[in-house]
Design a protein around this ligand. Structure first.
Ligand code: ADP
Ligand code: MG
Length: 312
């Protein structure tokens, strides 16, 4: 295998749902990452943050009905906290795994702002539910007082929804690049990055969620990576997923991917953004390729034995 520059995107199953679980799971997550580093590749890590940012947001949310004991933490700040919390566990576990293999490679997390377009059409139709469930009365109060968009969630109450805009640039890309060039392992664009809009010299945090698959793709392009590896809960991408005629795919050309997207084979919000990100990366420059496989099968996938490879 060549020495590649590889962006690895970790999904929810790499981190779990509580601090205890995360601390345990990252030990396993560190292994395929260390394998890549040991094989001589340059590795940049990205990860999701759904449950973690949800937890932080929930812990620091103001109940519209009760006296708040702590100031409400704005959503972009919750995202920044989640990057620190997840980054701590990941850099800690990867460092240890590398030292156990006698590899002295520095690992660090960068608090990363990802620039989005204030005119992104996503802002006019928020879709990502975040935080706590509220009663109808509380929801109406939040709409009036804070201008939140609240939607009824399958009979469980009302929840705030935020937009999911596309990433257009990464504010700390030069820092990430400098560290990667020095041989450091960098954890970046956690949770898709902290979404910010540009206003002159200012970057302003906005309450939104950037899909981590798209943010990973963006940083991979910006760093001129060779390879984008998306590690998730399934070993391969399927067409007719969950149906009797389900078919697992080992290879996916750009044409096939486009056709299957058109035919609706990939669930929006889960497999669709991964296939779209892989497709975008593979077609962005000759030689670039993307792999979607499971965390458990990462080693085999990287060796070309399993997973779904997206290549022009
Ligand atoms: P992550 O946390 O890694 O982003 P997601 O849950 O968002 O994981 O997306 C991965 C999930 O997508 C898989 O676990 C699987 O249940 C689902 N999925 C939807 N459509 C497909 C498909 N066509 N092929 C494979 N998996 C699919
Ligand atoms: Mg996902």
């Amino acid at each position: 295998m060549n020495k590649d520059k590889i962006v690895v995107a970790l999904g929810g199953n790499a981190l779990g749902n509580s601090p205890e679980e995360q601390l345990m799971l990252v030990k396993g997550t560190a292994k395929p990452i260390a394998d890549l580093i040991e094989a001589g590749h340059e590795v940049i890590l990205a990860h999701g943050n759904g449950p973690q940012v949800g937890m932080i947001n929930l812990a620091m949310a103001t109940s519209a009905a009760s006296e708040a004991k702590t100031p409400e933490m704005p959503f972009p700040e919750c995202g920044a906290m989640s990057q620190g919390y997840i980054g701590f566990h990941l850099q800690n576990a990867i460092r240890e795994e590398l030292l156990n293999r006698n590899l002295n490679v520095p690992v660090a997390t960068i608090v990363t702002q990802v620039i989005v377009d204030k005119d992104d059409p996503a802002f006019s139709k928020p879709t990502k539910p975040i935080g706590a469930f509220y009663s109808k009365e509380e929801a109406e109060l939040l709409i009036a007082q804070k201008g939140y968009t609240m939607v009824e969630d399958a009979g469980r109450g009302y929840r705030r929804v935020v937009a999911s805009p596309k990433p257009i640039d990464v504010a700390e890309k030069e820092t990430v690049e400098a560290l990667v060039e020095k041989g450091h392992i960098v954890i970046t664009v956690g949770g898709g990055g902290i979404p910010v809009i540009r206003e002159g010299n200012r970057l302003i945090g906005v309450p939104a969620v950037i899909d981590k698959d798209f943010a990973s793709e963006k940083i991979a392009e910006l760093l001129d990576a060779d390879y984008l590896i998306i590690l998730t809960a399934v070993e391969k991408v399927a067409i007719n997923y969950g149906k009797e005629n389900e078919k697992w795919l080992s290879k996916l050309s750009v044409e096939e991917a486009n056709q299957y997207i058109e035919e609706g084979h990939f669930a929006p919000g889960s497999m669709l953004p991964k296939v779209q990100a892989a497709l975008q990366f593979a077609s962005s420059k000759p030689g670039r390729r993307a792999l979607i496989t499971s965390l458990e099968k990462a080693k085999d996938g990287i060796e070309g034995k399993t997973g779904t490879m997206i290549q022009v």
